[in-house]
Ligand binder design. Structure first.
Ligand code: SF4
Length: 68
């Protein structure tokens, strides 16, 4: 099921069916992306610029974002 997470500036979408478990996201920040936590994405843990940089590295397109 596709999930959405948002802060004041962006809406992040995660599509688990596309995720290749390449781990770039939680190597980028395991405060924002922590698979052992629910919800596993917490956008309050980094700046929007940092989050965007990490999402841009997601090789599968499972993570994407839209600016508000
Ligand atoms: S970087 Fe993308 S493909 Fe890799 S684990 Fe994170 S969401 Fe999945």
């Amino acid at each position: 099921m596709i999930k959405h997470y948002e802060n004041d500036e962006i809406i992040v979408t995660w599509n688990p069916n596309k995720c290749e478990h390449a781990a770039f996201c939680f190597k980028g920040s395991n405060k924002v992306f922590n698979p052992n936590r629910k919800p596993w994405i917490d956008l309050s843990q980094a700046t929007t610029e940092e989050i965007i940089k990490i999402i841009d590295q997601c090789p599968s397109g499972a993570l994407s974002y839209k600016k508000k």
